[in-house]
Write a new protein. Structure first.
Length: 101
């Protein structure tokens, strides 16, 4: 993320330039790596990276295969004042689902 040198607002990337959304100041990006973040659809579930075998397990029924054990983790998906969402991944078939409060 790049911030404007003049007004300190967030700049957006257009081609090889960073442009301030507030005051219009432009800055050459050069060879820096630009990371693009896209909004996920409601159907997508955040997937964890790494070895899931290090996650805690709990007794819960898998909706796909009926297995009674799953790994679980918490993710903050919305604003900080809203509760976290608990995700499960079946230890048998690997299905991932979420629990809503």
């Amino acid at each position: 993320m790049e911030f404007c040198d003049r007004c300190k607002s967030i700049m957006i990337y257009q081609g090889d330039k960073a442009i301030c959304r507030k005051c219009g100041f432009e800055k050459e990006v050069g060879d820096e790596e630009i990371v693009t973040v896209t909004k996920k659809s409601k159907e997508e579930i955040p997937i964890i990276e790494g070895d899931v075998k290090t996650l805690p397990t709990t007794q819960v029924s898998c909706p796909a295969c009926g297995n009674k054990e799953a790994f679980w983790w918490l993710r903050q998906l919305r604003a900080a004042d809203e509760s976290e969402v608990r995700f499960f991944r079946c230890t048998k078939c690997g299905k991932t689902w979420r629990e809503y409060d």
